[in-house]
Design a protein around this ligand. Structure first.
Ligand code: TUI
Length: 306
């Protein structure tokens, strides 16, 4: 599947891996890139020097293009923004805000910039600021989400901007990719399916929860703080919602979320950990290598589109 997105990124398939906090580290990023997609290191709340190490480790494992996701709520974002330039990273995706303040420096350094947006207004703003493409992410996604669904957001963003649109949120198989193309997207970004990739250094307990998840097993915490986060339901999410109802501050809640994400991903604590995952968890049935996932999905999508 050749699109403006695969051309822009220099990849075989217009499939981008989401920059998932704790999950999107160099093993996963290199595996996705080696399989013909765009692997992405999730800087999340990691110290900037850790991100530099992650970039260097990815370079050792792949000579294909890869990206770094800069999470804009992270106080280290300005430092991470500088490091991606110093390390010669070719592609940056951003999440959870506007990367406008970094755009000039990135563009001057020849970085391809792909902000994740959750509204038409933000997509237009990003095009004006010089973005090369946008990811239009629906609220079916895991983690930090906007309020629009993928089905309605993607075609509206595609109508509003001239730069290529990449669809995200709820896509986990070839049917989703074909549907995204029908909606006007020229690429897709997937997170939840890659959570269970063989190369993802995610604890087995977390992977099993995703594989066992049914359609209705996720819920959204943080709607009251203005920072909604989709997770699989467990003791942690129930406690979070209780704290939220009791009026806990955004900072308190964010600390709880980020600390608990580590607990889930690294320690496999699926009771007290935060199991960020999208609604597509219900579609994710088996562990595979990134190559198997990407080739299977592209085969399905091609068959449907032709
Ligand atoms: O960023 C994500 N997903 C994430 S980041 C994350 S780490 C985290 N942990 C605890 C609290 C907060 C974050 C987990 N998942 N996806 C990309 C995304 N960006 N989704 C929605 C947006 C977005 C929202 C508002 C992008 C721009 C935006 O603009 C608002 C404005 O006007 O600044």
């Amino acid at each position: 599947m050749k699109t403006r997105v695969s051309e822009l990124l220099g990849v075989t398939y217009p499939v981008i891996q989401g920059g998932m906090a704790w999950v999107a580290e160099y093993h996963l990023a290199a595996a996705v890139s080696n399989a013909g997609g765009l692997g992405v290191i999730g800087a999340a709340s990691a110290p900037a020097e850790v991100v530099r190490e992650q970039i260097r480790e990815t370079k050792k494992r792949t000579d294909k293009p890869f990206g770094v996701n800069v999470m804009l709520l992270n106080p280290n974002a300005p430092e991470v923004a500088k490091i991606v330039i110093e390390e010669g990273v070719k592609v940056v995706t951003t999440g959870a805000g506007s990367p406008a303040q970094f755009m000039d420096a990135w563009k001057a350094a020849g970085v391809t910039v792909i902000p994740v947006v959750a509204s038409v207004a933000m997509a237009k703003l990003m095009q004006r600021a010089g973005a090369d493409a946008v990811v239009a992410e629906g609220m079916e996604s895991g983690g930090h989400i906007g309020a629009q669904t993928t089905m309605t957001l993607v075609p509206q963003v595609a109508d509003a901007v001239d730069i290529p649109v990449i669809a995200a949120g709820g896509i986990a198989d070839g049917r989703g990719i074909a549907a995204a193309v029908m909606l006007g997207a020229e690429g897709v970004q997937l997170g939840t399916r890659f959570l269970v990739a063989e190369e993802a250094v995610v604890h087995d307990n977390y992977k099993e929860r995703v594989i066992k998840a049914k359609d209705i097993d996720s819920e959204v915490t943080g709607t009251g703080t203005g920072h909604p986060i989709r997770v699989l339901r467990n003791k942690m999410s129930r406690e979070y919602l209780k704290m939220e109802r009791a009026g806990a501050s955004f900072e308190e809640l964010e600390r709880l979320t980020l600390g608990s994400l580590r607990k889930a991903v690294i320690d496999g604590d699926v009771v007290n950990g935060s199991l960020m995952a999208g609604q597509s968890a219900g579609l994710v049935k088996k562990r595979q290598t990134c190559r198997e996932m990407i080739e299977e999905m592209m085969r399905e999508a091609d068959a449907l589109l032709h």
